[in-house]
Design a protein around this ligand. Structure first.
Ligand SMILES: [Zn+2]
Length: 392
C-alpha cells in the first residue's frame, strides 16, 4: 500500500482525492476533492457526470496531532442536461452549509457528555460558544412513550426558560433519567402525565414530602405505592434537636458555653459512631440541660427507627418514638410530629422496598454542575438537551 493510502486511511478519507497537505506549528490544511462520478440530479432524478464548476469551502475538522485542522474541500457542481439545473455533489463529512465536520460535532457532544463545560470545549476545539449552542439545538431527545413501573419525581432549581424550578423524573431502579419538565407546577405536571396511556402500570412512585406530587400520584397512578424518601425525614428531627440546643445555649452562663464546642457534630452523629472522648464531651454537654438530654434521646430513638430492616419493626419503633416525643413536651418537636402524622404511612412504605431518591439527588447535583458550566439557559429545550447529553 502506498504511504498516501495509509494517510487517507488514517484520515478516514480513503475514497477522496487528497491533492495537498500543509502543516504549520499550529494548523494542518488538507486539500481534497471527491472523485467524479455519475450522479442523480435532485431536481429531475436524471443521471449526469457533466461538471458545471468548482468552489472551495473550508471546513473545520477534528484536531490532528494537537493542531487545528481545516479541510479545503473543492466541491463540484454538476450540470444536469435533462433539466438544465446545477447541483452540488453529495458530501458525507458535513451537513449542508455547515462549516464543521460531523465527526467534530460528535466529538463536541462526547466532551460535553463528559461534563466538560461548553466554554472549555469551545476553547479546546477553537469553536465559538454560539456555534456549539447552535448545534445542540439540532439534537432532540423526544418525550418517552411509556411510563416506567418505578418512578421518582423531584424538582431542582434550574432557572431555565423563565421558570425557577424544573421537575425531574427518574427511574430509581434502573438508575437513569426519565425526563425533565419545564416547570414543577401542578398544571404542567398534570398535562405531562395525563398523556401517558400506561399510567396503571406504575407500581412505585418515590418522592419527598410534597402535597402536589402526592395528589398527582393518587390521581394518576391508582396501582402505585407512594414512597417518601426516608432520608428527608431525618432533617425534621435534626432541626428540632438543633433548635433545642440553640435555646439552651442562649440561656447558659457564658462560662459554661465551652461545653458546647463542636456541639453540632457531637449531637447529630450516631452515638454508636462516637469515639470515647467524644462520648465524655457529649455527656458533659447533656448534663447542662434536661431538655437537651431529652431531645438527644429522641434523636437516637429516631435514628434507631430509621435503621429498621422491615416495615413491622419500623412501625413499632415509630410508635415508640411518637410516644416519647409527645411525653417530652418539647415544642421544638411539634413540626416533626405534625409531619409524621401527615406522612407516616408513606414513610413506612420505604421500609418495604429498596427505592429511594438517592439517584435523583445525584442527578440534581450533576445538573448543578452543568448549570454552573453554562451561561444559564434561557431556552428550556437547550437545557433539557444538555442534561440528556450529559447524563444518558
Ligand atoms: Zn435535472
Amino acid at each position: 500500500m502506498p504511504t498516501s493510502d495509509f494517510t487517507a486511511k488514517l484520515l478516514e478519507m480513503e475514497d477522496m482525492i487528497i491533492s495537498d497537505l500543509t502543516s504549520s506549528n499550529t494548523e494542518i490544511h488538507i486539500h481534497f476533492s471527491l472523485p467524479r462520478k455519475v450522479s442523480t440530479c435532485p431536481h429531475c432524478h436524471g443521471l449526469t457526470d457533466q461538471i458545471h464548476d468548482y468552489r472551495t469551502s473550508i471546513i473545520k475538522d477534528l484536531p490532528l496531532m494537537g493542531k487545528q485542522t481545516f479541510l479545503h474541500y473543492r466541491k463540484r457542481r454538476y450540470h444536469c442536461p435533462h433539466c438544465g439545473k446545477h447541483f452540488y455533489e453529495p458530501f458525507p463529512f458535513a451537513a449542508k452549509h455547515c462549516r464543521t465536520t460531523t465527526r467534530l460535532l460528535f466529538y463536541v457532544i462526547y466532551l460535553l457528555s463528559e461534563r466538560q463545560s461548553l466554554r472549555s470545549v469551545a476553547r479546546l476545539l477553537r469553536l465559538s460558544d454560539s456555534s456549539i449552542f447552535h448545534r445542540l439545538k439540532d439534537i432532540r431527545f423526544p418525550k418517552p412513550d411509556n411510563l416506567p413501573s418505578v418512578l421518582s419525581i423531584d424538582e431542582f432549581k434550574g432557572n431555565a426558560g423563565g421558570e425557577k424550578f424544573q421537575a425531574i423524573l427518574t427511574r430509581p431502579d434502573k438508575h437513569c433519567l426519565f425526563d425533565i419538565l419545564p416547570s414543577r407546577s401542578q398544571l404542567s405536571l398534570r398535562q405531562y402525565l395525563q398523556s401517558f396511556k400506561n399510567k396503571k402500570e406504575v407500581r412505585f412512585i418515590v418522592m419527598d414530602m410534597n402535597r402536589v406530587y402526592r395528589d398527582l400520584a393518587r390521581d394518576y397512578f391508582p396501582n402505585a405505592t407512594i414512597i417518601i424518601d426516608k432520608f428527608h425525614v431525618i432533617r425534621y428531627v435534626t432541626w428540632a434537636l438543633e433548635n433545642v440546643r440553640k435555646r439552651i445555649q442562649k440561656q447558659l452562663h457564658p462560662e459554661k458555653r465551652k461545653y458546647f464546642k463542636r456541639s453540632r457534630k457531637l449531637l447529630l452523629t450516631h452515638k454508636s459512631k462516637l469515639k470515647e472522648e467524644s462520648i465524655d464531651a457529649l455527656a458533659v454537654m447533656l448534663s447542662q440541660s434536661e431538655d437537651l438530654a431529652a431531645a438527644y434521646h429522641l434523636k437516637e430513638l429516631f435514628y434507631d427507627f430509621m435503621g429498621s430492616t422491615s416495615r413491622t419493626e419500623a412501625i413499632d419503633k415509630l410508635k415508640f418514638f411518637l410516644l416519647a416525643a409527645q411525653a417530652s413536651q418539647l415544642k421544638e418537636f411539634h413540626a416533626c410530629l405534625t409531619m409524621l402524622g401527615n406522612w407516616s404511612n408513606y414513610i413506612l412504605n420505604a421500609f418495604d422496598c429498596p427505592y429511594t431518591n438517592g439517584f435523583t439527588e445525584g442527578t440534581n447535583n450533576a445538573i448543578k454542575v452543568i448549570k454552573r458550566n453554562a451561561f444559564g439557559y434561557r431556552n428550556f429545550e437547550n437545557f433539557r438537551n444538555r442534561i440528556f447529553l450529559s447524563l444518558t
